[in-house]
Design a binder for this molecule. Sequence first.
Ligand code: ZN
Length: 227
Amino acid sequence: MKITYFGHSCFLVEVAGVRLVLDPYLSENPHDVVDPASVPCDFVLCTHAHEDHTCDALELSRLHQATLVAPYELAEYFAAQGATTIDLMPGGGIALPWGRLDMTPAIHSSSFELPGGLNQPMGVASGYLLRAGGRSLYHAGDTALFSDMRLIGRHGLDVALLPIGDRYTMGPADALEAIALLQPKLTVPMHYNTTAKIRTDPNAFAAEATRAGHAVKVMQPGESLTV
Ligand code: ZN
């Protein structure tokens, strides 16, 4: 399983012959602006509707004939725009020829911003558990710490992608507790330093985790790793 980080919560995962983009945030990503045309993919997974997790979803789907995966209400919206979709809800999943995709709960909101400061609710927020090629990966989405993370990790996790930016998601202290519940072999922090409101030192987080006996890799935008 090869994992490439684009900054914020956006990753490309290549495993078992398929390419999946999680929480697409390429063309507007201040870490590293990337042209969606340069990221061929087969599936695009969105954890929730917020712009910083969906902005290139439809474009990627159009450019690369990728299937969009999202919580039910968001998937219905994407389907109405002409995309091929898979709709899931937390606790449910789908077996695909190359592996299994499960949707996990997340404590967060999901909405589109409308003019006038209004927000259109778009169903629940979620995370994903991806199992393929003998590997397992958990993308937590945007979420608070919750004790049922223990259940998400119960079959073993190779990699956990966890938000650490605070304010809208877990901060570093709660993310350390999340690692203790999930027990992944490797954790990659995400959703930090994209804006001033989520300024966090990922290396301090990694050092704390190392002291507690957990492996953390701070990835730079554009960097890849293989597990
Ligand atoms: Zn969000």
